[in-house]
Design a protein around this ligand. Structure first.
Ligand code: SN0
Length: 317
Protein backbone atom coordinates (compact mmCIF):
# COMPACT_ATOMS: atom_id res chain seq x y z
CA UNK A 1 0.00 0.00 0.00
CA UNK A 2 1.44 3.36 -1.06
CA UNK A 3 -1.50 5.55 -0.15
CA UNK A 4 -4.07 5.27 2.61
CA UNK A 5 -6.71 7.92 2.06
CA UNK A 6 -9.96 5.97 1.81
CA UNK A 7 -11.47 2.49 1.84
CA UNK A 8 -10.74 2.33 -1.91
CA UNK A 9 -6.99 2.11 -1.18
CA UNK A 10 -7.56 -1.20 0.61
CA UNK A 11 -7.76 -4.24 -1.67
CA UNK A 12 -9.23 -6.51 1.04
CA UNK A 13 -10.91 -4.75 3.95
CA UNK A 14 -11.62 -7.95 5.90
CA UNK A 15 -7.96 -8.99 5.71
CA UNK A 16 -6.83 -5.59 7.03
CA UNK A 17 -9.29 -5.81 9.95
CA UNK A 18 -8.01 -9.32 10.76
CA UNK A 19 -4.44 -8.06 10.57
CA UNK A 20 -5.22 -5.27 13.05
CA UNK A 21 -6.74 -7.79 15.48
CA UNK A 22 -3.69 -10.03 15.12
CA UNK A 23 -1.37 -7.10 15.83
CA UNK A 24 -3.40 -6.41 18.97
CA UNK A 25 -2.40 -9.90 20.15
CA UNK A 26 1.25 -9.53 19.12
CA UNK A 27 2.16 -5.83 18.98
CA UNK A 28 5.93 -6.25 18.66
CA UNK A 29 6.25 -9.11 16.20
CA UNK A 30 7.19 -6.90 13.25
CA UNK A 31 9.74 -4.56 14.87
CA UNK A 32 12.31 -5.42 12.21
CA UNK A 33 10.09 -3.93 9.47
CA UNK A 34 10.48 -0.35 10.68
CA UNK A 35 14.18 -0.43 11.58
CA UNK A 36 15.90 2.72 10.27
CA UNK A 37 12.65 3.92 8.75
CA UNK A 38 11.18 7.30 9.68
CA UNK A 39 7.54 8.30 10.03
CA UNK A 40 6.65 12.00 9.90
CA UNK A 41 3.30 13.06 11.35
CA UNK A 42 2.27 16.47 10.06
CA UNK A 43 -0.66 18.28 11.66
CA UNK A 44 -2.39 21.31 10.22
CA UNK A 45 -5.08 20.94 12.94
CA UNK A 46 -5.29 19.70 16.55
CA UNK A 47 -5.15 16.00 17.44
CA UNK A 48 -4.97 13.71 20.47
CA UNK A 49 -5.87 10.13 19.50
CA UNK A 50 -4.63 10.22 15.91
CA UNK A 51 -1.27 11.63 16.92
CA UNK A 52 -0.65 9.34 19.89
CA UNK A 53 -2.05 6.13 18.38
CA UNK A 54 -0.23 6.54 15.05
CA UNK A 55 3.01 7.42 16.85
CA UNK A 56 2.62 4.35 19.06
CA UNK A 57 1.82 2.16 16.05
CA UNK A 58 4.97 3.34 14.27
CA UNK A 59 7.08 2.78 17.41
CA UNK A 60 5.63 -0.72 17.83
CA UNK A 61 6.87 -1.45 14.29
CA UNK A 62 10.36 -0.22 15.19
CA UNK A 63 10.13 3.08 13.28
CA UNK A 64 11.52 6.46 14.29
CA UNK A 65 8.84 9.14 14.51
CA UNK A 66 8.89 12.90 13.98
CA UNK A 67 5.85 15.07 14.72
CA UNK A 68 5.36 18.54 13.26
CA UNK A 69 2.50 20.76 14.40
CA UNK A 70 2.64 22.72 11.20
CA UNK A 71 -0.26 25.00 12.15
CA UNK A 72 1.52 26.18 15.30
CA UNK A 73 5.23 25.59 14.74
CA UNK A 74 5.75 25.56 10.98
CA UNK A 75 5.88 28.41 8.52
CA UNK A 76 2.52 29.63 7.22
CA UNK A 77 1.88 27.50 4.11
CA UNK A 78 0.81 28.74 0.70
CA UNK A 79 -1.42 26.21 -1.05
CA UNK A 80 -2.41 28.07 -4.22
CA UNK A 81 -0.39 28.04 -7.41
CA UNK A 82 0.41 31.11 -9.47
CA UNK A 83 0.23 33.63 -6.63
CA UNK A 84 2.86 36.17 -5.71
CA UNK A 85 3.62 35.37 -2.08
CA UNK A 86 3.63 38.92 -0.79
CA UNK A 87 1.02 38.25 1.94
CA UNK A 88 1.17 36.21 5.16
CA UNK A 89 2.12 32.81 3.74
CA UNK A 90 5.85 32.12 3.94
CA UNK A 91 6.45 28.76 2.31
CA UNK A 92 4.75 26.98 -0.59
CA UNK A 93 3.38 23.46 -0.12
CA UNK A 94 5.48 22.41 -3.14
CA UNK A 95 8.77 22.95 -1.30
CA UNK A 96 7.47 22.06 2.17
CA UNK A 97 6.09 18.65 1.12
CA UNK A 98 9.11 17.87 -1.08
CA UNK A 99 11.50 18.56 1.80
CA UNK A 100 9.51 16.44 4.25
CA UNK A 101 9.70 13.59 1.75
CA UNK A 102 13.49 13.79 1.98
CA UNK A 103 13.39 13.26 5.75
CA UNK A 104 10.66 10.63 6.03
CA UNK A 105 9.88 7.22 4.52
CA UNK A 106 6.15 7.59 5.24
CA UNK A 107 4.24 10.81 5.90
CA UNK A 108 0.93 11.19 7.75
CA UNK A 109 -1.04 14.37 7.12
CA UNK A 110 -4.00 15.95 8.92
CA UNK A 111 -5.85 18.72 7.13
CA UNK A 112 -9.43 19.67 8.03
CA UNK A 113 -11.82 21.21 5.51
CA UNK A 114 -12.31 24.97 5.39
CA UNK A 115 -16.10 24.31 5.19
CA UNK A 116 -16.46 27.35 2.94
CA UNK A 117 -15.75 26.27 -0.64
CA UNK A 118 -17.18 22.80 -1.10
CA UNK A 119 -15.33 22.09 -4.31
CA UNK A 120 -11.91 22.76 -2.72
CA UNK A 121 -12.69 20.52 0.25
CA UNK A 122 -14.25 17.70 -1.77
CA UNK A 123 -11.36 17.81 -4.27
CA UNK A 124 -9.04 17.22 -1.27
CA UNK A 125 -6.86 20.08 -2.44
CA UNK A 126 -4.45 20.16 0.52
CA UNK A 127 -4.11 16.41 1.07
CA UNK A 128 -3.61 15.72 -2.63
CA UNK A 129 -0.90 18.37 -2.87
CA UNK A 130 1.04 16.65 -0.09
CA UNK A 131 0.69 13.36 -1.94
CA UNK A 132 1.73 14.98 -5.21
CA UNK A 133 4.81 16.79 -3.93
CA UNK A 134 6.26 14.69 -1.09
CA UNK A 135 7.23 11.66 -3.21
CA UNK A 136 6.78 9.07 -0.42
CA UNK A 137 3.78 7.01 0.79
CA UNK A 138 1.13 9.09 2.58
CA UNK A 139 -1.39 8.16 5.27
CA UNK A 140 -4.42 10.35 5.89
CA UNK A 141 -4.67 11.44 9.51
CA UNK A 142 -8.11 12.95 8.61
CA UNK A 143 -8.48 14.96 5.46
CA UNK A 144 -11.23 17.34 4.36
CA UNK A 145 -13.70 14.57 3.49
CA UNK A 146 -12.51 11.39 5.21
CA UNK A 147 -10.92 9.92 8.36
CA UNK A 148 -9.95 6.42 7.24
CA UNK A 149 -7.77 5.41 10.23
CA UNK A 150 -10.75 6.20 12.46
CA UNK A 151 -13.12 4.20 10.27
CA UNK A 152 -10.79 1.22 10.17
CA UNK A 153 -10.52 1.29 13.99
CA UNK A 154 -14.33 1.53 14.15
CA UNK A 155 -14.74 -1.53 11.96
CA UNK A 156 -12.11 -3.42 13.98
CA UNK A 157 -14.08 -2.55 17.14
CA UNK A 158 -17.37 -3.74 15.64
CA UNK A 159 -15.80 -7.01 14.44
CA UNK A 160 -14.27 -7.55 17.87
CA UNK A 161 -17.39 -6.86 19.94
CA UNK A 162 -20.28 -7.98 17.74
CA UNK A 163 -22.64 -10.59 19.22
CA UNK A 164 -24.33 -11.61 15.98
CA UNK A 165 -22.94 -12.45 12.58
CA UNK A 166 -24.38 -9.40 10.78
CA UNK A 167 -24.89 -6.65 13.35
CA UNK A 168 -27.11 -3.63 12.85
CA UNK A 169 -25.02 -0.45 12.92
CA UNK A 170 -26.69 2.97 13.14
CA UNK A 171 -24.90 6.24 12.47
CA UNK A 172 -26.82 8.99 14.24
CA UNK A 173 -26.39 12.74 13.89
CA UNK A 174 -25.89 14.52 17.25
CA UNK A 175 -26.34 18.15 18.29
CA UNK A 176 -23.42 20.59 18.43
CA UNK A 177 -22.82 24.33 18.64
CA UNK A 178 -20.24 24.55 15.85
CA UNK A 179 -20.06 23.71 12.21
CA UNK A 180 -18.11 20.42 12.06
CA UNK A 181 -16.68 18.52 9.07
CA UNK A 182 -18.47 15.65 7.33
CA UNK A 183 -15.21 13.68 7.23
CA UNK A 184 -15.92 11.24 10.07
CA UNK A 185 -19.50 10.35 9.03
CA UNK A 186 -18.57 10.23 5.30
CA UNK A 187 -15.74 7.87 6.03
CA UNK A 188 -17.66 5.73 8.52
CA UNK A 189 -20.48 5.36 5.98
CA UNK A 190 -18.05 4.43 3.22
CA UNK A 191 -16.44 1.69 5.35
CA UNK A 192 -19.75 0.36 6.72
CA UNK A 193 -21.15 0.08 3.20
CA UNK A 194 -18.23 -2.28 2.43
CA UNK A 195 -18.61 -4.31 5.65
CA UNK A 196 -20.89 -7.21 6.50
CA UNK A 197 -23.31 -5.13 8.57
CA UNK A 198 -26.87 -3.85 8.29
CA UNK A 199 -26.14 -0.11 8.05
CA UNK A 200 -28.60 2.68 8.81
CA UNK A 201 -28.03 6.45 8.91
CA UNK A 202 -30.33 8.79 10.81
CA UNK A 203 -30.24 12.58 10.84
CA UNK A 204 -32.63 15.52 10.88
CA UNK A 205 -33.76 16.68 7.43
CA UNK A 206 -31.14 19.03 5.97
CA UNK A 207 -28.10 17.04 7.12
CA UNK A 208 -27.99 14.64 4.15
CA UNK A 209 -24.43 13.51 3.48
CA UNK A 210 -22.94 13.42 -0.01
CA UNK A 211 -24.42 10.34 -1.67
CA UNK A 212 -20.99 9.25 -2.97
CA UNK A 213 -20.32 8.05 0.59
CA UNK A 214 -23.73 6.68 1.57
CA UNK A 215 -24.53 4.46 -1.40
CA UNK A 216 -25.90 1.21 0.03
CA UNK A 217 -26.99 2.67 3.39
CA UNK A 218 -30.60 2.90 4.57
CA UNK A 219 -31.48 6.46 5.53
CA UNK A 220 -34.26 7.02 8.08
CA UNK A 221 -35.05 10.49 9.42
CA UNK A 222 -36.95 9.23 12.48
CA UNK A 223 -34.24 8.54 15.07
CA UNK A 224 -36.32 6.16 17.28
CA UNK A 225 -37.27 4.08 14.26
CA UNK A 226 -33.66 3.98 13.05
CA UNK A 227 -32.32 2.88 16.45
CA UNK A 228 -34.70 -0.07 16.85
CA UNK A 229 -32.79 -3.34 17.35
CA UNK A 230 -29.39 -1.64 16.83
CA UNK A 231 -26.25 -3.49 17.98
CA UNK A 232 -23.95 -0.48 17.57
CA UNK A 233 -24.82 3.22 17.58
CA UNK A 234 -22.23 5.59 16.16
CA UNK A 235 -22.82 9.13 17.42
CA UNK A 236 -21.41 12.11 15.51
CA UNK A 237 -22.30 15.67 14.66
CA UNK A 238 -21.73 17.07 11.20
CA UNK A 239 -22.67 20.24 9.33
CA UNK A 240 -24.80 20.30 6.19
CA UNK A 241 -23.39 19.32 2.81
CA UNK A 242 -25.97 21.58 1.18
CA UNK A 243 -25.93 24.51 1.92
CA UNK A 244 -22.32 23.64 2.55
CA UNK A 245 -21.02 23.87 6.14
CA UNK A 246 -24.27 25.30 7.51
CA UNK A 247 -25.97 24.35 10.76
CA UNK A 248 -29.68 24.73 11.46
CA UNK A 249 -31.18 25.79 14.81
CA UNK A 250 -32.93 23.21 17.01
CA UNK A 251 -32.57 19.41 17.06
CA UNK A 252 -31.15 19.43 20.62
CA UNK A 253 -33.42 16.44 21.31
CA UNK A 254 -31.24 14.30 19.01
CA UNK A 255 -28.73 13.78 21.86
CA UNK A 256 -28.57 10.07 22.75
CA UNK A 257 -29.81 9.16 26.25
CA UNK A 258 -30.38 5.86 28.09
CA UNK A 259 -34.09 6.21 27.33
CA UNK A 260 -33.34 6.08 23.58
CA UNK A 261 -31.36 2.84 24.00
CA UNK A 262 -34.43 0.94 25.26
CA UNK A 263 -35.59 -0.42 21.90
CA UNK A 264 -32.07 -1.46 20.82
CA UNK A 265 -30.37 -4.85 21.01
CA UNK A 266 -28.40 -3.78 24.10
CA UNK A 267 -26.57 -1.39 21.79
CA UNK A 268 -22.96 -0.38 22.30
CA UNK A 269 -22.38 3.33 21.81
CA UNK A 270 -19.43 4.63 19.78
CA UNK A 271 -17.97 8.09 19.13
CA UNK A 272 -14.65 9.02 17.53
CA UNK A 273 -13.94 11.63 20.28
CA UNK A 274 -13.47 14.39 21.25
CA UNK A 275 -17.07 14.55 22.45
CA UNK A 276 -18.86 17.42 24.14
CA UNK A 277 -20.66 15.99 27.15
CA UNK A 278 -24.38 16.63 27.50
CA UNK A 279 -24.47 18.43 24.17
CA UNK A 280 -23.47 15.71 21.69
CA UNK A 281 -23.72 12.73 24.00
CA UNK A 282 -25.18 12.41 27.51
CA UNK A 283 -22.95 11.81 30.53
CA UNK A 284 -25.22 8.95 31.57
CA UNK A 285 -24.24 7.09 28.40
CA UNK A 286 -20.57 8.06 28.45
CA UNK A 287 -20.25 6.95 32.09
CA UNK A 288 -22.46 3.88 31.71
CA UNK A 289 -21.96 0.30 30.55
CA UNK A 290 -23.08 0.81 26.95
CA UNK A 291 -20.28 3.22 26.02
CA UNK A 292 -17.29 1.69 24.22
CA UNK A 293 -15.67 5.00 23.23
CA UNK A 294 -12.41 4.37 25.11
CA UNK A 295 -12.10 0.80 23.79
CA UNK A 296 -12.70 2.22 20.31
CA UNK A 297 -9.96 4.83 20.81
CA UNK A 298 -7.57 2.12 22.06
CA UNK A 299 -8.14 0.22 18.80
CA UNK A 300 -6.80 3.21 16.86
CA UNK A 301 -3.30 1.84 17.53
CA UNK A 302 -3.98 -1.52 15.84
CA UNK A 303 -5.70 0.07 12.88
CA UNK A 304 -2.76 2.42 12.30
CA UNK A 305 -0.27 -0.40 12.85
CA UNK A 306 -1.96 -2.63 10.26
CA UNK A 307 -1.80 0.19 7.69
CA UNK A 308 1.82 1.13 8.45
CA UNK A 309 2.84 -2.54 8.33
CA UNK A 310 1.40 -2.82 4.80
CA UNK A 311 3.26 0.31 3.75
CA UNK A 312 6.57 -0.85 5.25
CA UNK A 313 6.23 -4.20 3.48
CA UNK A 314 5.75 -2.34 0.21
CA UNK A 315 8.83 -0.18 0.89
CA UNK A 316 11.03 -3.24 1.34
CA UNK A 317 9.71 -4.93 -1.84
C1 SN0 B 1 -13.23 16.90 14.38
C2 SN0 B 1 -14.29 16.47 13.39
O1 SN0 B 1 -13.95 16.11 12.23
O2 SN0 B 1 -15.49 16.49 13.73
C3 SN0 B 1 -12.26 15.78 14.67
C4 SN0 B 1 -12.83 14.45 14.99
C5 SN0 B 1 -11.81 13.36 15.09
N1 SN0 B 1 -13.86 17.30 15.61
C6 SN0 B 1 -13.85 18.57 16.03
O3 SN0 B 1 -13.33 19.42 15.35
C7 SN0 B 1 -14.51 18.90 17.36
C8 SN0 B 1 -14.45 20.36 17.65
C9 SN0 B 1 -15.32 20.82 18.78
O4 SN0 B 1 -15.29 22.02 19.01
O5 SN0 B 1 -16.05 20.06 19.42
Amino acid sequence: MKLFSSVYDVPNVKALVDEALQLKQNPYSYQHLGKNKTMALVFLNPSLRTRMSTQKAALNLGMNVMVLNMDKEGWALELRDNVIMNGNSVEHIREAAAVMGQYADIIGVRSFPGLKIREEDYNEMIFNKFVQFCGVPVVSLESATRHPLQSLADLVTIEELKTRERPKVVLTWAPHVKSLPQAVPNSFAEWMCKADVDFVITHPKGYELCTDFTNGATIINNQDEALADADFIYVKNWSAYEPYGKIFPGNGDWMLTNEKLKGTNNAKVMHCLPVRRDLELSSEILDGASSIVVHEAANRVWAAQAVLKRMLEKLSD
